[in-house]
Design a protein around this ligand. Structure first.
Ligand code: PGA
Length: 262
């Protein structure tokens, strides 16, 4: 019997698309998916200024596409200029929040401790984290893949309960594959995903590990989506570049879903 993990395909737009471009994308994308059903969950993560428009276009709580934020603060409301709380974001019918993305780690200096605090805050607000982890090329070449992933998992998830974990999606994104056009081979990705699932099993037990969805991220596109998705431990994708255009995102979804057993 197949393991009941509904694959999740999430568009991470990063710092692209203000409200009007968000509206254009979503109207076109909704046109493409209208009348069709997919065995995968579809998520879009616009910049926070575009979430209100996205929620409006998608039409409230019963949306065919779920919304995610790309980041939020670990703090309660207060004197934190430029930040937004998890609770504020919830007003946009948001289900998910991306946390620990490698760009947040490397450009904004987010440590495992900060990411852990954000994970806890997200769960307090009843948001589902898309928890990103991944190694740099130097770390992989130095044979530190497992050490790095193991540390990111142990520290990032510290203090989270089994229930929190069941509401978390993990995104394995090798940093060297993000935005570079270089995708991990299906074999490299599967190996890392199996390792990640094994680490989760050590922390939360086999039943939880079997239920957790682990997305692959890093230059995923229509041309490689099916091969990646066919791997037993790959349960979806976190997609940057190929999700900026509605046709390209739609084509990726079709390709990815073509190998999903319903
Ligand atoms: P990419 O980005 O698909 O453009 O490589 C993925 C990500 O950063 O989540």
């Amino acid at each position: 019997m197949p393991i009941p993990r509904k694959p999740i395909l999430a568009a991470n737009w990063k710092m692209n698309k203000g409200p009007s471009e968000t509206e254009d994308f979503l109207k076109s994308f909704l046109g493409k998916i209208s009348g069709k059903s997919f065995p995968c969950e579809i998520v879009v993560a616009p910049p926070s200024v575009s979430l209100a428009k996205a929620a409006e276009v998608l039409g409230g709580p019963k949306v065919p596409v779920q919304l995610a934020a790309q980041n939020a603060s670990q703090e309660d409301p207060g004197a934190f200029t430029g930040e937004v709380t998890m609770v504020m974001l919830k007003e946009f019918y948001l289900h998910y929040v991306i946390l620990g993305h490698s760009e947040r780690r490397s450009i904004y200096g987010e440590t495992d401790e900060v990411i852990n605090a954000k994970m806890k805050k997200a769960r307090e607000a009843n948001l589902k984290p898309i928890f990103c982890i991944g190694e740099t090329l130097a770390e992989r070449e130095a044979g530190k893949l497992e050490e790095v992933l193991g540390r990111q998992i142990t520290k990032g998830l510290e203090g989270l309960t089994e229930k929190d974990m069941l509401d978390t999606v993990v995104a394995y994104e090798p940093v060297w594959a993000i935005g570079t056009g270089v995708t991990a081979t299906a074999e490299q990705a599967q190996e890392a995903h199996a390792f990640v699932r094994g680490e989760i099993e050590k922390l939360y037990g086999e039943a939880v590990a079997k239920k957790i969805r682990i997305q692959y991220g890093g230059s995923m596109k229509a041309a490689n989506a099916a091969e990646l998705m066919a791997c037993p431990d790959i349960d979806g994708g976190l997609i940057g570049g190929a999700a900026l255009d509605p046709t390209s995102f739609y084509d990726l979804i079709e390709a990815a879903c073509s190998v999903v057993e319903e």
